[in-house]
Design a protein around this ligand. Structure first.
Ligand code: NAG
Ligand code: NAG
Ligand code: NAG
Ligand code: NAG
Ligand code: NAG
Ligand code: NAG
Ligand code: NAG
Ligand code: NAG
Ligand code: NAG
Ligand code: NAG
Ligand code: NAG
Ligand code: NAG
Length: 523
């Protein structure tokens, strides 16, 4: 009876962990029980059975992988003593998670070929007859197996020992070797992989790139978090290594120990909340222009030697010349993080301040005007039942930042506007900054304009262009073509409440006189 319950639970857990294949932990401060003080004794019986010298059978500790090198046709032996008073609760305590990574393997191994084999069983006779054990194989550099402790051994007083053997196949190259890691845990998978990308590119310029992780969760105020203590690590590989991990793409160990150009310690890393959620950002510099790179994000569960997860990599390419400079973490326009027209002799820090202060100055008059509307003071004065002055002020700020800080690129794509020297979006840029090169401007997204029309007091008389032809003069939209077709500054809203099509037909022409004046836009 007990047995069948266990089998069902085993099946469910097995399904969750193996069919889905992923179970990646997002929390930056995830704490693992690594059981450092487990007192493992090497099982004498097995040692005798095999005639192995004691040092040939390695004892694995909870969540503490071992790295090893194996030659073709060789076997290596491991054991793991189950802690019967620990584990995943009343039933799950009988489940043991086995995972492994191949760090390096002979080049002759093809993607669809089986690499190393893993046998495991609670019966030490398995070392003499492998048919007694369960068989697992490494795929894409990754192995995972689940062992459930036999009922007869589940007596609290009796030790259960899991026996594990790793076998390398026979190859024609007699000196071929594999390097691998194997880890066992009663609580979780020591190695994991995720076929989603968890990091993404924010923007590039001629020699740098800004990359962010997905939304993280943290109970702490993010300003108190120290990015050097983050579990995430980023590796930048040359595009020449595009296919390098074809056969080991699911191996954390392989990606972590590969021939990367740059790794985390080379980057400026910090946290940001410019997109609403908390993200870790990596500023990668020292790149070559017009060059493609591959970025791999990995997650280290507890430092670099206790396993981790690897995510799907992504590619990016640097811009073609020095016309644009990547800026981020502006004081006022805090949601701006993209390349802007460069100015000769002005470094990024200075450039960022110049654009930011200009926007801030222009904002001041609007914020005074908004105060005169007396919003939020009493219920009658609130201009909309849902939206407040704070919403309006934020949306206006996003819009102002996106129109005064043009997004710059060296690529010609549909929707981009070519700006020659002296003919940029504003007199501030032409007369005060004086960019030295021609560039393409990624125009602001029209929904950034439409948001202020929708959510700000009607008194302002904000208006946005109506038809596609007029929109194109100063804005663009998300063309859904797989490239950044317009520059969005703000927090992405749910698409249902804010469909582009309904907006295109609803709003009257052009930006208001008020905003038009202060910005002196060429539209
Ligand atoms: C077994 O696990 C329990 C609970 O995690 C822990 O308190 C105990 O020290 C462990 N036993 C050994 C021998 O490590
Ligand atoms: C592996 O793939 C190669 C080419 O893609 C093919 O020739 C070979 O037969 C495949 N091997 C197996 C065992 O499927
Ligand atoms: C181990 O396997 C052998 C061979 O099948 C069997 O005779 C023996 O009873 C098994 N031992 C345990 C503890 O199950
Ligand atoms: C055989 O394997 C070794 C170690 O992996 C490697 O250095 C050597 O180049 C290989 N030889 C051939 C002929 O592939
Ligand atoms: C962040 O952590 C690193 C290493 O743990 C330490 O050297 C550095 O001083 C810390 N930085 C801050 C701002 O606390
Ligand atoms: C990240 O969090 C923000 C704020 O909660 C949310 O608006 C955004 O959709 C999230 N992004 C993803 C990819 O989940
Ligand atoms: C940049 O290009 C030079 C010359 O081709 C090359 O040696 C160097 O490794 C490249 N650096 C990066 C980061 O791509
Ligand atoms: C590795 O490649 C295989 C097959 O190409 C794919 O199914 C798997 O999702 C990839 N793994 C990762 C972590 O991207
Ligand atoms: C990139 O452009 C900046 C000016 O915008 C220039 O100072 C720098 O040398 C350029 N880097 C490379 C690698 O060309
Ligand atoms: C702000 O308003 C004052 C008074 O109306 C005006 O003199 C000034 O030029 C305005 N500033 C900007 C940047 O438009
Ligand atoms: C950009 O591409 C479009 C369409 O291919 C072309 O008509 C236009 O002349 C190009 N602009 C420049 C400045 O080369
Ligand atoms: C305007 O652009 C949108 C977005 O690309 C498109 O769906 C729509 O058909 C266009 N309307 C006209 C009249 O071209």
């Amino acid at each position: 009876m007990r047995r069948s319950i266990l089998t069902i639970i085993t099946a469910v857990v097995f399904f969750i962990h193996l069919s889905v294949g992923i179970e990646v932990i997002d929390q930056p401060n995830y704490v693992y029980d690594v059981g450092f003080d487990l007192d493992i004794e090497e099982p004498a019986a097995a040692v005798q059975l095999l005639g192995l010298r004691n040092d040939k059978l390695k004892g694995l500790l909870e969540f503490t992988p071992i790295r090893n090198t194996i030659g073709q046709s060789e076997y290596q032996y491991y054991s793991f003593s189950v802690n019967t008073s620990s584990g995943l609760g009343e039933y799950y305590q009988f489940l043991i998670f086995l995972t492994g990574n191949i760090c390096e393997q002979p080049e002759s191994i093809e993607a669809n070929e089986t690499s190393l084999y893993v046998y495991f069983s609670f019966n030490s006779s398995m070392f003499q007859n492998f048919e007694l054990g369960q068989l697992g194989t490494f795929k894409n550099g990754y192995f995972q197996g689940l062992a459930d402790v036999p009922i007869s051994n589940s007596d609290e007083n009796e030790d259960s020992i899991l026996y594990i053997a790793v076998q390398a196949p026979e190859l024609t190259n007699r000196t071929a070797t594999w390097s691998y890691e194997i880890g066992v845990s009663q609580n979780d998978l020591v190695f994991q992989w995720d076929d989603r990308t968890w990091a993404s590119l924010v923007d590039t310029d001629n020699d740098s790139a800004l990359i962010v992780t997905g939304n993280l969760t943290s109970s702490n105020d993010y300003t108190s978090l120290n990015a050097t203590e983050s579990q995430y690590a980023l590796f930048i590989y040359s595009y020449d290594y595009k296919d390098y991990f074809n056969t080991l793409n699911s191996s954390w160990c392989a990606v972590r120990n590969g021939p990367a150009l740059f790794s985390t310690s080379n980057f400026q890393s910090s946290y940001t909340d410019r997109n609403g959620g908390l993200q870790q950002q990596f500023y990668v510099s020292g790149l070559n222009e017009s060059t493609k790179y591959i970025a791999y994000l990995v997650s280290d569960f507890k430092g670099t030697s206790f396993g981790g997860a690897v995510y799907q990599p992504f590619e990016f390419e640097t811009l073609d010349n020095s016309a644009c400079q990547l800026i981020y973490d502006l004081d006022f326009c805090s949601r701006v993080a993209y390349s802007v027209p460069a100015v000769k002799g002005i470094d990024k820090r200075e450039l960022k301040t110049m654009y930011d202060e200009n926007a801030h100055t222009l904002y001041t008059n609007f914020s005074k005007a908004l105060q005169q509307i007396a919003c939020d003071t009493d219920q009658d004065a609130v201009f909309s039942p849902i939206k407040t002055c704070t919403d309006c002020a934020q949306l206006y700020k996003d819009w102002l930042c996106s129109v005064t800080i043009p997004r710059c690129t060296t690529r010609n794509r549909t929707g981009y506007k070519y700006r020659t020297v002296g003919e940029s979006r504003s007199t501030f840029i032409d007369e005060d900054l004086k960019p030295e090169f021609n560039y393409y401007e990624v125009l602001p997204c029209v929904n950034v304009c439409q948001a202020i029309v929708r959510d700000c007091p009607a008194d302002f008389g904000f208006q946005c262009p109506l038809t596609n032809d007029t929109i194109k003069q100063s804005y663009y939209w998300d063309a859904g073509e797989g490239y950044v077709s317009c520059n969005f500054v703000g927090i992405v809203e749910s698409s249902t409440s804010f469909a582009v099509r309904s907006i295109l037909v609803n709003w009257p022409l052009l930006v208001v006189v008020f905003t038009f004046h202060i910005l002196q836009l060429y539209i």
